[in-house]
Design a protein around this ligand. Structure first.
Ligand SMILES: Nc1ncnc2c1ncn2[C@@H]1O[C@H](COP(=O)(O)OP(=O)(O)OP(=O)(O)O)[C@@H](O)[C@H]1O
Length: 371
């Protein structure tokens, strides 16, 4: 690099910017031995030709749940008779969508877009498993979204009872939830509870030392030598520990790097980190907003315009805009509340009984920027 600490056009402080991207699967995965052992214990029977144990994987966002499962699935895939499918329930949030995704992964083509009943889809999947003598493990990632849509019990019931309805079909289920307020088992129908006794695997938030270690590894792979000094890394780790989400730290490193490049500097300084934090701390928000349907977005915009007002007032504005009725409106409010974008709290209004007030959980401008 140049002696004056300035970057020229064809220089970059990044060695490999890709390691800071959202879908990058890290080469090393430390500080999660206990959790990996728990998951291996549940999955091991599959390797022996038996049905894996079901497992419930919980922990706050950005604590390595998905990565752990991807690592283990990667190791299992390709073994004879073992199939793994990961479904992102934020994208596929109905029973039909979940089974379509399983079908697609097993057969390596999509099921016909319409006209196939759930029953037929299910039968083709289980027939395939018995014909090919394959054992399937399904990971329902971000399963909390199936609960928000009221589809969790039906979906699980079908998966858990597959061996009874289709003799010989062996399916194990891993449920992953980052919503710690959701008591998954208690929210399931009684008939599902009676057949679902999962192993529990918990992913706690990383402490600051672990964060320094994990992010330090990313820095070594992602930046050129001596670009980011230790005190700067410590600052990134401290900010990350405040949110508990490693994704914030990874995003922060990348944005801080881009800020340094914007200054044409060959080193990332604390000021680059502080500026980047304003955006990086909102990675949750971006992710939550990305998963919303059109009516949910419209409602969020309406609430942003009426932040803190009563549910009835917001409904009038929303109804004028969309023509949708109150029942649908209430469902949408509950969904935005469950995913943590708004707070819908009951307040008692003198002479009028209880009513809900809707307020944004994030800064209105930060939300508007992402809609
Ligand atoms: N022990 C680790 N070593 C290296 N990278 C890690 C580790 N744990 C998590 N990460 C990284 O942190 C990010 C978040 O991890 P991951 O997506 O697995 O979290 P999660 O618990 O599934 O989050 P969510 O519940 O929000 O889906 C990923 O980019 C992942 O690569």
């Amino acid at each position: 690099m140049a002696e004056d600490g300035m970057l020229s056009w064809d220089e970059s402080i990044f060695r490999d910017e890709h390691v800071f991207e959202i879908d990058y699967l890290p080469e090393t995965f430390r500080h999660r031995d206990e959790q990996l052992e728990g998951l291996q214990y549940a999955l091991r029977p599959a390797v022996r030709g038996s049905r894996p144990l079901n497992a419930m994987v919980r922990g706050p966002p950005g604590t390595g749940k998905t990565t752990a499962i991807q690592k283990l699935f990667g190791e299992l895939d390709g073994r004879r008779g073992v199939r793994t499918v990961r479904v992102n329930c934020q994208v596929d949030s109905t029973r039909y969508a979940v089974f379509s995704r399983i079908f697609e992964q097993l057969f390596e083509y999509e099921p016909p877009a319409s006209g196939v009943s759930f029953k037929s889809l299910f039968k083709q999947i289980t027939d395939h498993l018995t014909d090919e003598d394959e054992i399937l493990t399904v990971c329902l990632d971000d399963v909390n979204y199936l609960f928000y849509e009221g589809e969790a019990s039906e979906t699980l019931y079908s998966l858990l009872r597959a061996h009874e309805t289709h003799a010989g079909a062996k399916i194990g289920v891993l449920l992953v939830s980052s919503d710690l307020d959701l008591d998954v088992i208690a929210e399931l129908d009684g008939r599902v509870q009676s057949v679902f006794r999962p192993e529990e695997v918990f992913f706690p938030a990383y402490d600051e030392d672990a964060i320094v270690d994990i992010l330090g590894e990313r820095v070594a792979r992602g930046f050129r030598d001596d670009v980011l000094a230790l005190p700067v890394l410590d600052r990134v780790a401290a900010l990350t520990a405040e949110t508990g989400d490693l994704r914030v730290g990874i995003d922060l490193l990348r944005r801080a790097g881009l800020n340094a490049e914007r200054r044409a500097s060959d080193a990332v300084e604390s000021e680059d980190v502080e500026t980047a934090y304003e955006t990086a701390r909102h990675v949750h928000l971006s992710r939550r907003v990305r998963g919303l349907s059109d009516p949910e977005r419209t409602l969020l915009t309406t609430i942003a315009d009426h932040d803190g007002e009563r549910a009835g007032t917001v409904y009038e504005a929303f109804h004028d805009e969309t023509g949708l009725g109150y029942t649908r409106y209430s469902e949408l409010v509950n969904k935005l509340d469950s995913v943590g974008l708004i707070d819908a709290d009951y307040t008692t209004v003198e002479g009028r009984g209880r009513s809900r007030e809707l307020s944004l959980s994030y800064d209105a401008d930060a939300i508007r920027d992402r809609l």
